[in-house]
Design a protein around this ligand. Structure first.
Ligand SMILES: C[S@@+](CC[C@H](N)C(=O)[O-])C[C@H]1O[C@@H](n2cnc3c(N)ncnc32)[C@H](O)[C@@H]1O
Length: 191
């Protein structure tokens, strides 16, 4: 009955993202979420996929090519710079996903960090459509992960409840620092 973490992350994204929208994979890694988002927005949508590691960029580009997707821009830059890759300042982002932590089977010292993660969250919130979601899958078992987890939680917990719904989805009887989800929904202003 209960969705697992990755399944729930995809469920949330596909529930709110519409065809033809522009969406963000803030940490593309091996490209699995990028490919997923590419399918959700369809051929006329656009996925902006970011990573700071050349290996991740190469793997994601290959995956996208193998699936003959033409609606993805794979960008070798930090997600904190994402604003400069948006086509216009008037555009709306349909949704976004982050997977925090390190690239699986790779260098565990190259990790996401609180400052750039929070900066990217704030930029996306500015451009996010009403009722759009940022879905953050928080892995924190690695060195440096606890600090990022605490800083990101602290930041999202103080977002105004008039403007955002903030959800934490986590299994509380699992051992060994299981990943959990933070989902931020931009609310419709009623005043
Ligand atoms: C947990 S992995 C992502 C896994 C990916 N979603 C997948 O399906 O394979 C986290 C990724 O974030 C990347 N990363 C770290 N800091 C970043 C930053 N400031 N901007 C963009 N990507 C970053 C890492 O290089 C790593 O590939």
């Amino acid at each position: 009955m209960l969705h697992g973490i990755l399944h729930y992350a995809h469920y949330l994204l596909e529930s709110t993202i519409e065809k033809d929208e522009t969406v963000i994979d803030a940490t593309c890694g091996n490209g699995k979420d990028t490919l997923f988002l590419s399918n959700v927005v369809g051929a006329n949508g656009h996925v902006l996929a970011f990573d700071i590691q050349a290996q991740a960029i190469q793997t994601t580009k290959q995956l996208i090519e193998d699936h003959q997707k033409t609606n993805v821009s794979v960008i070798h830059d930090s997600h904190e710079n994402l604003e400069k890759y948006l086509p216009t300042k008037e555009m709306l982002i349909g949704g976004a996903v982050f997977n925090l932590g390190y690239l699986p089977k790779s260098d565990k010292s190259i990790i996401t960090n609180a400052a750039s993660t929070i900066s990217a969250i704030n930029t996306i919130l500015h451009y996010l459509k009403t009722n759009g979601l940022i879905v953050i899958v928080v892995y924190y078992g690695h060195q440096g992960g606890q600090e990022e987890k605490e800083a990101v939680l602290k930041h999202v917990m103080q977002l105004s409840q008039r403007s955002y719904h903030v959800l934490q989805y986590r299994f509380i009887n699992q051992k060994n620092n299981p990943p959990f989800i933070i989902a931020i929904e931009k609310r419709k202003r009623r005043y």
